[in-house]
Design a protein around this ligand. Sequence first.
Ligand SMILES: Cc1ncc(COP(=O)(O)O)c(C=O)c1O
Length: 408
Amino acid sequence: MPLSTSSSSLAPIKVSARVRGFTYAIRNIVAEARKVEAAGKKVRYLNIGDPIPFGFHTPPHLIAAVEKAMRDGHNGYTASVGVAPAREAVAREFTSRGMPVTADRCIITSGTSEGIELTLGAIADAGDEVLVPTPTYPLYTAVLAKLGARAVFYRTDPSNNWQPDLDDVKRLISPATRALVVIDPNNPTGAVYPSATRKALIDLADRANIVLMADEVYGDLAFDGPAPLYGSLNPDAPIISYSSLSKAYLAPGWRGGWLACGRTERLDDVLAAIKKLADGRLCSPGPMQFAVEAALTGDRSHQATFIRELKMRADLTVSRLSASPDLRCVAPRAAFYVMPQVLLPPGKTDEDFVLGLLRETGILCVYGSGFGMPADQGFFRIVYLASPDELSAIYDDLVAYARHFRAQ
Ligand SMILES: Cc1ncc(COP(=O)(O)O)c(C=O)c1O
């Protein structure tokens, strides 16, 4: 019997059925962009919310903290919940912002992403439901697909500045619901919710006794000042908050993040389950954990500069896109995303528009259906981190292509 067999005579090795439901349009669409590049066209990447390639810099005191940690020998595994100075800094930060929490309820994670994944893993069995906004950040649906749990979509309304439809949330809560996901400030829409809406969402989760997963990764990038922590609005509600160094501290590649679990005893079992799962992945990147304390206790003046730059780009985006008769655009109030709508000709989808735009102009956006929007509504997401001059040139081409597309 020969030890090796010709590989061509064997069937492909089977992958799990769960992976079929795991889609992540923001990165999946890059395969299309590579083809366009291979054909000799320059691609302008507006698909990923990463400020670094657009010339924004990680604050030097964070780099110094990581370098020092490495030189001081912090290169081994850490405790799976993270190093004490980082956890204590998160606890102090949350407590000082009105969500009283002790360090043992804070966990250092590999970005916001891992906090979300650990939590969903800790609370959702196959068949359980989690309420997720539409449009949504696609990590939620991808992780739920992997778990065999079900994303149940509640509406956020473009005709009402992308605010959540509270009646829809209320209607969709069922005995199978395990959590309500709130992304505020929001990706992909750039919406920031008013205080009454935040309180109503918390109240709905509190009464239903489900976890409110507060994705607050853009909380410090709201144009009108930092958003209050959800946990500060009702410290006894079952709220878990997530954030990271990625956006407001300009270090997305470091994979440094944290979660803070509200003080209510109702969350004790969930917290224990999250810690159990965290043990299995050993720890988040060690040296980067030392930047968390530096970030939360050090100079944050870079945020004011960053927000000024973002606001300038948001204004440019809205004025250029709103001037087109073929596009509609709700003004973002935070972060670096906008979700315009192209008025589609009959029979066309958002993906047709986005792929056509890419092939014709090299501009890479992400179609709204990648965020859970109906494909026939024509929504797409732009990341507006490029320089104003670059954006201006991009919008010339985008507006012209939208005109051409509609006239087809
Ligand atoms: C709403 C939202 N949540 C979570 C994440 C993941 O961020 P992190 O880099 O902290 O994992 C992102 C990244 O774009 C995001 O937009």
